[in-house]
Design a protein around this ligand. Structure first.
Ligand SMILES: Cc1cc2nc3c(=O)[nH]c(=O)nc-3n(C[C@H](O)[C@H](O)[C@H](O)COP(=O)(O)OP(=O)(O)OC[C@H]3O[C@@H](n4cnc5c(N)ncnc54)[C@H](O)[C@@H]3O)c2cc1C
Ligand code: SF4
Length: 497
């Protein structure tokens, strides 16, 4: 029996590949689910006003572990760990784009080895997208389903772009791609606080589909405390909810707990390097924009509030790697921020809101992890007592890189058709963009605390890390799709497929 720990996107991708190879799978998972009482109150949609990045789902924070539960002390970082069924995909923004091959030349295997697995991951995710200007540089790998209808604002942005001028200035663009069923979407505009229709892909639903496959078993409510790599197999020490601690034995283990929970398990089980471990993250920023024209009908229309447009930037003067920009139109967060800002206008606040709402947009931008803030993880204690301290270093180079992106957008505002509100630029702390990993990077010749191309630490033949922990670098494009493809690749190669 192969043991997969975690039911998020990487766990589901690994389990699916193992089943494809004819290997039985037991998936063990903390696996918290939405309390049915929240379901009854599901019309009360809400995002966390203090911290919009910490999205709630129908008002609940069930997918997240608290730092205390996750054994984390964060110093200057803002990383999340999940204890939910489906992992962080219960709250994700469902944006998908593969890593361009040229951006992963530093990985220890040819980029083409991921192509078949992008296809498999696409089959799990059901990618909705348009065959537009992005398709040449960012293949679909499997035929997409029809895209979500772009909002009026997004249509205005795309039609206003001066395509030739933007291309010659390093921009590629198109409609955002999502792991969403456009057919199921009712355009009720609540994507940031809960999708009642289940149109947004959630790995928890994929787990239910896996349960129908021969050889798959799911055990939720089970926290893995540590593991042993034994000559004859692996042993998990687990704490099942409401029952005594016990062990689960298997042939191989595939750890898919997310980078920090996986690091805690590895360090709690096998020890930790005194010098600490690296944590790579994509620099992340939010930059409000104002369109240079009015958009009649916006934002009252029925719309989705996920990313609307992807804008990719390649300009060596800005960054030696590709920069990924997601443009959002009217949504719960922008509406709230605008309402706050309009208060100064007293009785005219409503008029101010009506004037600006159709023209306000925001970019969520991501850069390559090479531009990221250096972060070290140190670990103390064994087993469930293992504690990780995650400490950020100097952020000045990262902030400078983000400012170069904002300045480029300002310079090209004539061709883009919008102006950045650069005084409102917000650079996230490491981890805030939710794309982090690289703690045990895959290498051709791994040193201590690095992994081989199958995600195995030196001398730990039966333990495969399959989540973002093993990424040698993190290109800027939205990363879960590539993490799933890599998890699928590792699992199928480990299964001898
Ligand atoms: C608000 C938000 C928006 C996002 N938007 C996007 C987006 O648009 N596009 C994108 O590509 N990515 C996005 N992400 C990131 C994406 O959600 C993650 O990359 C993805 O969920 C990682 O998958 P994973 O399976 O590796 O880990 P996780 O999703 O973190 O899942 C970890 C799993 O491990 C289990 N687990 C943890 N510890 C243990 C343990 N000790 N024992 C047993 N089980 C354990 C948990 O219960 C969980 O099931 C977003 C994330 C957030 C928070
Ligand atoms: S608009 Fe968003 S929340 Fe509403 S059904 Fe569509 S994807 Fe789900």
């Amino acid at each position: 029996m192969n043991l997969v720990v975690g039911s998020g996107p990487s766990g589901v991708a690994a389990a699916s590949a193992l089943l494809d190879a004819g290997k039985p799978v037991l998936m063990v998972d903390i696996g918290r689910e939405l309390d049915p009482r929240w379901c009854q109150a599901s019309r009360y949609f809400q995002y966390s006003a203090d911290d919009p990045a910490r999205k709630r789902v129908f008002g609940s924070e069930y997918p997240y572990l608290t730092d205390r539960e996750a054994g984390l002390v964060q110093k200057g970082t803002k990383c999340l760990a999940s204890g939910g069924k489906g992992g962080l995909s219960a709250v994700w923004g469902a944006s998908v784009l593969p890593f361009p091959d040229a951006e992963i030349e530093d990985w220890p295997f040819p980029a083409r080895d991921l192509h078949d697995h992008y296809k498999k991951a696409a089959a799990l995710l059901g990618i909705a997208g348009a065959a537009d200007g992005l398709a040449g540089r960012f293949p679909f790998y499997a035929p997409p389903s029809p895209p979500l209808n772009p909002s009026l604002q997004a249509r205005a942005v795309l039609s206003r772009f001066d395509a030739d001028a933007l291309r010659s200035n390093g921009f590629t663009f198109g409609q955002a791609r999502h792991a969403v069923s456009a057919a199921a979407c009712q355009y009720d505009g609540t994507c940031l606080s809960g999708c009642e229709r289940g149109a947004i892909w959630n790995a928890a639903v994929a787990v239910e589909a896996l349960k129908k496959r021969l050889g798959f078993e799911y055990r939720g409510g089970v926290k893995v405390l540590s593991l042993e790599d034994r000559p004859d197999g692996v042993r998990l020490h687990v704490a099942p909810e409401g029952a005594s601690r016990t062990v689960i034995d298997g042939e191989k283990a595939f750890l898919a707990c997310g980078p920090l929970a996986t690091a805690r398990l590895v360090c709690g089980s096998f020890g930790a390097p005194a010098e600490g471990l690296p944590l790579l993250s994509q620099p992340y920023f939010v930059l409000p924009l104002i369109l240079d024209r009015d958009v009649p009908g916006a934002p009252e229309e029925k719309l989705h509030t996920l990313a609307q447009v992807f804008l990719e930037l390649e300009d060596k003067d800005v960054s030696k790697h590709l920069v990924h920009l997601q443009i959002y139109g009217h949504n719960e967060v922008i509406a709230d921020r605008l309402a706050d800002a309009a208060r100064w206008a007293g009785p005219f606040a409503g008029a101010v809101e009506r004037h600006f709402a159709p023209r306000l947009l925001a970019i969520q931008g991501y850069l390559h992890s090479d531009e990221g803030v250096p972060v070290r993880i140190t670990a103390e204690g064994r087993g469930e007592d293992c504690r990780l301290t995650v400490k950020a270093g100097d952020a000045s180079a990262t902030k400078a890189a983000v400012r170069r992106v904002a300045a480029k957008i300002a310079r090209q505002s004539g061709e883009l058709g919008f102006n950045p509100l650069s005084f409102m630029l917000k650079v996230g702390k490491p981890g805030e963009g939710n794309h982090a990993g690289g703690t045990f990077p895959m290498k051709k010749t791994p040193a201590a605390w690095q992994t081989d191309a199958l995600g195995r630490l030196h001398g730990r033949e039966r333990v495969h890390l399959v989540d973002s922990s093993v990424l040698p670098s993190i290109p800027a494009t939205t990363f879960t799709y590539a993490v799933m493809a890599n998890a699928s690749r590792i699992a199928s190669e480990a299964a001898g497929a």
